[in-house]
Design a protein around this ligand. Structure first.
Ligand code: 2BA
Length: 109
């Protein structure tokens, strides 16, 4: 068994969870915050049998779009009065970031 930790944009969350449910995956959705953009995203914990890895990746890939997001290099509130404020820059975000972990043991009581 494996555990996928899957971080996705909030806009892709509902489509992804619908597709995972349709395909019979079980998962937990946790509200999370990106360390860089400091914006809300969603983290899914998905426990699954090893042979379903390819199917899981396909579903995630098809459900989550890569997008570009504008980010302020210097937060407006951090700039001293009159300081030069650099223009926001575009940062690529997602589709999805996934980590695959081996599960030593799974029990449900
Ligand atoms: P954030 O940390 O808010 O990052 C959003 C996007 O900003 C990233 O997209 C990446 O393109 C860019 N970025 C992140 N850190 C950067 C840095 N130090 N310098 C320049 N650009 C940077 P993604 O790579 O698609 O990541 C989307 C979200 O997935 C991240 O949101 C974070 O919540 C999570 N994530 C990505 N890599 C991770 C990792 N190695 N460990 C844990 N979480 C990760």
């Amino acid at each position: 068994m494996k555990l996928a930790v899957c971080i996705v944009h909030n806009r892709d969350r509902n489509k992804l969870t619908d597709e995972l449910l349709k395909a019979g995956f079980k998962f937990t959705v946790i509200g999370s915050t990106g360390g860089f953009l400091r914006e809300g995203n969603s983290t899914l914990l998905i426990g699954f049998d090893d042979e379903l890895a390819a199917s899981l990746k396909e579903i995630v890939q098809a459900s989550c779009k890569a997008r570009e997001q504008m980010v302020n290099v210097m937060p407006f509130e951090a700039a001293p009065p009159g300081a030069f404020i650099p223009s926001p820059v575009k940062v690529p975000v997602g589709g999805a970031v996934m980590f695959f972990l081996d599960v030593n043991e799974f029990v449900r009581y």
